[in-house]
Design a protein around this ligand. Structure first.
Ligand code: 2PG
Ligand code: MN
Ligand code: MN
Length: 524
């Protein structure tokens, strides 16, 4: 086994683009990254589409699929693809879970809760449409949609496109025996879709509008969105919660005897609301009223912890992870990030498993994230992460250490160019410190990213004189892969991607790669 520790840095959301327009990575002053790129073995690797198990090369990368691929060294069909196939073959509707959900709400309502867009990161509107249609065919009489508005995986103010689309779809299906409509909603960064326990108050607010029907009332989702936009000027992801009411009564509170389906397939932001419905000993906030419903997820979001208990699609069973392999060789692992990305370097990295493979060999550290608009604090907790990481590197207690700096991504999602430049610079400043700590222990440093975001901060202009529009979503761009401190030569191959990194780490640790992994990036 190698005596040289390996440190891997994921610069979340920092992709590569030659385009200067709206490129916060290029615009940033980042001497350390530039020096590493200029003097060390490096290449560009794929982080989107088929290379990370998504349905098409038109699908941008995201943290879940990116960290899964990094941590398991293989390409698995991911939730987006598995649900597509499950719906196409009709298998989803042959499951006992679907049949039970339908039977359960015979005299009640079927509720669909989830992210209303075609972003394909957490959900897809086509999946929702297929479920509503089949619910009607199977005899469900009342359907209610609880619509989380996106603007983070799709254009920043596109909510009405999806609301109009789903309402027209439901209007076509509605008749004397079937009625579907939107019952509640709100921006995904305001209600319901918190992750890693960063802010339970978001989930509590979601519970109030979706379940209890408590919140500001509007006659339609369109009215809610337009009113809030006029009053606050906020973009879709930040719109406050709303309740749709008719004659002074909410149209779709969640009641005993109803069925509830969370139609998101991605796990991080689906777990907390699932626990609120599913966990008998739930104590994160006062739910006021807990309806006796059958609840199911589109996927199971954590198979070890059984969250949720019922689900419609089997998640990918990710095997032969890097952590499993390294544990076999008694390699001591360390993972650290701040709350917003903590699960990325633990749960996602280890194939959506939150339990450790071998607690004696693995240490995980979470630095508490602030609950603030990140464009106001683009440095986030990068310095605090580094303080603790450098101490861990220098302790000599670990052979493989990994971290995720969220700035390029979390600030990139705000659509604020200037703040994102500062976010990238904050990461660069910390890279210099990590590099120094790596030098002090004669270690090896890998610098890479999980997908792009900060590299394209403006939507592509359709016309030269069109106004600049902020872009909040991820990109299709490749990401950097750099090795510092090792005398190696890297392959330069169009097809290399994030799934080639695990075998590369194993090479550097002088451990034989698992036979199921994709090839190492190091030339032999
Ligand atoms: O914030 C999130 O949930 C996603 C975007 O939908 O970003 P990331 O994949 O980088 O976590
Ligand atoms: Mn990411
Ligand atoms: Mn992101």
């Amino acid at each position: 086994m190698s005596k040289r520790p390996v440190v891997l840095v994921v610069m979340d959301g920092i992709g590569i683009s030659d385009n200067e327009f709206g490129n916060a990575v290029k615009a940033a002053y980042k001497p350390t990254l530039d020096e590493l790129w200029g003097t060390c073995p490096h290449t560009e690797i794929k982080a989107h589409g088929l290379a990370v198990g998504l349905p098409t090369d038109g699908d941008m990368g995201n943290s879940e699929v990116g960290h899964n691929a990094l941590g398991c060294g293989q390409i698995y069909s991911q939730g987006a693809k598995l649900v597509n196939e499950n719906i196409e073959t009709g298998e989803i509707f042959n499951t006992d879970t679907w049949k039970d959900l339908v039977a359960n709400c015979k005299d009640g309502k079927m509720h669909f809760l989830g992210l209303l867009s075609d972003g394909n990161v957490h959900s897809h509107i086509n999946h929702l449409k297929a479920l509503i249609k089949r619910a009607k065919e199977d005899g469900v009489k009342e359907v209610r949609i609880h619509a989380l508005l996106d603007g983070r995986d799709v254009p920043e103010t596109s909510a009405l496109t999806y609301v109009d689309d789903i309402e027209a779809y439901m209007a076509d299906l509605n008749d004397d025996n079937f009625h579907a409509c939107i019952a509640s909603g709100g921006g995904r960064m305001t209600i319901t879709m918190d992750r890693y326990e960063a802010n339970w108050a978001m989930v509590e607010q979601g519970w109030h509008v979706h379940v209890l029907g408590e919140g500001r009332e509007f006659a339609s989702a369109r009215e809610a969105i337009e009113t809030y936009r006029n009053e606050t000027g906020v973009v879709d992801q930040d719109l406050p919660g709303f309740v749709i009411a008719k004659d002074g009564k909410p149209v779709g509170t969640i009641e005993d005897g109803d069925s509830v389906i969370l139609f998101n397939f991605r796990g991080d932001r689906a777990q907390e609301i699932s626990l609120a419905f599913d966990n008998e000993n739930f104590d994160k906030f006062d739910r006021v009223r807990v309806p006796n419903v059958m609840y199911a997820g589109m996927l199971q979001y954590d198979a070890d912890l059984c969250i949720p208990k019922n689900f419609l699609t089997q998640p990918p069973k990710i095997k032969y992870t890097l952590t499993e392999e390294l544990c076999k060789h008694n390699i001591r692992e360390y993972a650290i990030s701040e709350t917003q990305k903590y699960g990325h370097v633990t749960y996602f990295w280890n194939g959506n498993r939150s339990e450790k493979v071998n607690p004696a060999l693995e240490d995980y550290v979470e630095i508490q994230s602030d609950v603030v608009p990140f464009e106001q604090r683009p440095w986030m907790k990068a310095a605090e992460i580094t303080d603790v990481l450098c101490a861990a590197i220098e302790s000599g207690n670990y052979d493989f250490l990994r971290t995720n700096y969220p700035n390029g991504d979390m600030v990139g999602h705000t659509g604020n160019f200037e703040a994102t430049v500062i976010g990238v610079e904050a990461v660069d400043l910390q890279l210099a410190r990590v590099k120094k700590a790596v030098d002090a222990v004669n270690g090896i440093l890998i610098v890479t990213a999980d997908h792009g975001n900060a590299d394209e901060m403006y939507e592509k202009k359709k016309k030269e004189d069109a106004p600049i529009k902020a872009k909040t979503s991820h990109t299709l761009n490749k990401v950097p892969f750099i090795i510092y401190g090792a005398d190696v030569e890297l392959k330069q191959d169009e097809n290399l991607g994030l799934s080639n990194v695990a075998a590369t780490v194993a090479d550097l640790l002088e451990v034989a790669p698992n036979e199921h992994w994709n090839e190492s990036i190091i030339k032999k």
